[in-house]
Design a protein around this ligand. Sequence first.
Ligand SMILES: *[C@@H]1O[C@H](CO)[C@@H](O)[C@H](O)[C@H]1NC(C)=O
Ligand SMILES: *[C@@H]1O[C@H](CO)[C@@H](O)[C@H](O)[C@H]1NC(C)=O
Ligand SMILES: *[C@@H]1O[C@H](CO)[C@@H](O)[C@H](O)[C@H]1NC(C)=O
Ligand SMILES: *[C@@H]1O[C@H](CO)[C@@H](O)[C@H](O)[C@H]1NC(C)=O
Length: 221
Amino acid sequence: MHSALALLSLIPLSSAHFLLNWPPARGFDDSTSSNFPCGGFNTVSSNRTTWPATGGPIQLDMHHTQTDVEVLIALGSDPGVNYNIVMRPTFLQQGLGNFCVGMVSVPSGVNITEGMPATIQVVSNGDEAGSGGLYQCADVTLTLTPLSSSDYSSHCANGTGITTQSISNSNVNANETFPSGGATSASGSAAAAKSTGLAPQNTLAAWAIGAVGVVGGLMAL
Ligand SMILES: *[C@@H]1O[C@H](CO)[C@@H](O)[C@H](O)[C@H]1NC(C)=O
Ligand SMILES: *[C@@H]1O[C@H](CO)[C@@H](O)[C@H](O)[C@H]1NC(C)=O
Ligand SMILES: *[C@@H]1O[C@H](CO)[C@@H](O)[C@H](O)[C@H]1NC(C)=O
Ligand SMILES: *[C@@H]1O[C@H](CO)[C@@H](O)[C@H](O)[C@H]1NC(C)=O
């Protein structure tokens, strides 16, 4: 009869969210991780990581079974809240533990120079519909030199069972989506997700109805 308790303790609840491990985040505090724009860490780090603008890894540690993820960047030494360059549009990720978003790059057409300071922002959906997002930021120095393949692999690992898939409304910021990939009422395309009546109240529910949510999203096309 202890087994039910043991099982419960293994179920990932909403307390841990996700961590940005490389480039290293400014910091992580569970209680402020939902604070825009950087999870409660508003001060730029003096310790920047050199990051390859032409294609770098973003190493995350996922604590929810299902997460909408988006990667943005703001240029400059202290960009404030100006995270308006999308490097990887919102997509759905499933599975726990190490997750590497591979070959993330500054979009062509954005004028970057060797040694330019910038801040990478990783955004996920919040725990409940309409609750906003979760945020982690890393201060970097951009380089146009690619990482060596060994340096790249040392910062890019996936746990077992990690999968990703695109969502129909990938133009919506991750902080404005349900865990199942649907848009919240804050954006125009919420109808499909809402009409299913399945807006998840927690991650476990999101995982259980994930397939339905994705179908709902596709039907919005
Ligand atoms: C600076 O960042 C590097 C790379 O993440 C880390 O190894 C080092 O400990 C950091 N140093 C300080 C003083 O934070
Ligand atoms: C969501 O994140 C994006 C990217 O940082 C930001 O521009 C937008 O204002 C955020 N939306 C909300 C509702 O916080
Ligand atoms: C790109 O930025 C550099 C440095 O700020 C500047 O000298 C150059 O004129 C810019 N190029 C374009 C095409 O805007
Ligand atoms: C990790 O998984 C993601 C999603 O499937 C993929 O894009 C990335 O290339 C993978 N990275 C490695 C090192 O396997």
